[in-house]
Design a binder for this molecule. Structure first.
Ligand code: UFG
Length: 325
């Protein structure tokens, strides 16, 4: 059992990871400035409301208890917003991370699991994507994640600061037993938007059907948030065992088109999804599918909730019974 600090633990993936860490017997503290997270997603007594750029506050927190490692989720994640306000993304995602790593070094905590992204690859040259493909992000959000990966590489080399960078594909679903789910404001992600269309009758827009894919819509690798949470736990336990720094993709290895996701929602809910066709969204690659072999072989991780209907069913459960208030 270890003591883990989770930044951004009030967010979607962070809160699920806190839930699974505690299930596995780890002790957890959460730091979140609540600018986008929800206090209600954090179990009582665990939350420290703090901005990572508050260097003094963060150092004091890290020195207050014998933390073994940090899992660093806190970041802004909206690709569209990042193209309008890149400076906000550099400050919130890069400067905050540097502040965190400095505080960790001061406190002698030298292990971190970092939330990276498939957006690091930009338009991939080959699909499924392996980790050695070049990092060529095509938006500021992806750029911030690649910058932090580079900082971590340098800290590994010169400061024995060990990290695992997890490049997520499309996180989705929810953990009904935990009462947690996906709440973004505004929501931009496909599955919650389709479920909203089912509930409200207001159509969801399909962003283009003229891509070079079998049905013309974009293909993505949808990874259940609970499988993603477990990848973080395997990664932090690897570091706690003294494991070396690593970069891993996290996905299922299977792609689904936008139209296939719509069909899955219709199967699961038993309702017709109202859709309209719109133009392509800027910066959407036709197909993003992970090759996660490295993670599976190195850490023994395996997605156990990869079935698309299972993912949609868990997301639907939260859409009906959960609350984002
Ligand atoms: N889509 C629609 N209509 C919508 C919303 C999305 O057709 O209303 C389509 C998109 O064009 C895309 C697919 O559904 O083809 C998935 O879109 P999401 O916005 O749900 O997810 P993205 O693949 O754009 O983004 C995800 C993560 C980002 C990350 C990116 C990496 O959410 O954080 O993968 O490329 F940067």
């Amino acid at each position: 059992m270890a003591l883990i600090l989770v930044t951004g633990g009030a967010g979607y993936i962070g809160s699920h990871t806190v839930y699974f860490l505690r299930q596995r017997g780890h002790e957890v503290a959460v730091v979140d400035n609540l600018s986008r997270g929800r206090a209600k997603s954090v179990p009582d007594g665990l939350l420290h409301q703090l901005d990572l750029r508050d260097a003094a506050g963060l150092t004091a927190l890290l020195q207050s208890r014998p933390f073994d490692a940090v899992i660093h989720f806190a970041a802004f994640i909206a690709v569209g917003e990042s193209t309008k306000l890149p400076e906000l993304y550099f400050s919130n995602n890069v400067a905050s991370s540097i502040s965190l790593f400095e505080a960790m070094l001061k406190a002698g905590v030298k292990r971190v699991v970092f939330s990276s992204t498939a957006a690091a690859y930009g338009i991939p040259t080959h699909v499924p994507i392996i980790e050695t493909q070049p990092s060529q992000p095509i938006n500021p959000y992806g750029e911030t994640k690649v910058m932090v990966e580079r900082i971590l590489e340098t800290l590994d080399l010169h400061r024995e600061f060990r990290s695992v960078c997890l490049r997520y594909f499309n996180a989705c679903g929810s953990e009904p037993a935990a009462g947690l789910g996906e709440c973004h404001e505004p929501e931009t992600h496909l599955i919650p938007l389709i479920l909203r269309a089912v509930r409200t009758g207001q159509p969801v827009t399909l962003f283009g059907d003229d891509y070079p894919t079998p049905d013309g819509t974009c293909i993505r690798d949808y990874i259940h948030v609970s499988d993603l949470a477990e990848a973080h736990i395997n990664s932090v336990e690897h570091l706690l065992r003294g494991g070396e720094s690593q970069v891993f993709n996290v996905g299922t290895g299977h792609g689904h088109s936008v139209k296939e996701v719509v069909a899955a929602v219709e199967r699961v809910t038993g309702k017709k999804v109202p859709v309209t066709l719109g133009p392509r969204r800027d910066g959407d690659p036709p197909s993003l599918v992970a090759d996660s072999t490295k993670l599976q072989i190195t850490l023994g991780w395996k997605p156990t909730r990869a079935d698309l209907d299972r993912i949609v069913s868990d997301a639907w459960d939260f859409a009906q019974h959960g609350t984002c208030a």
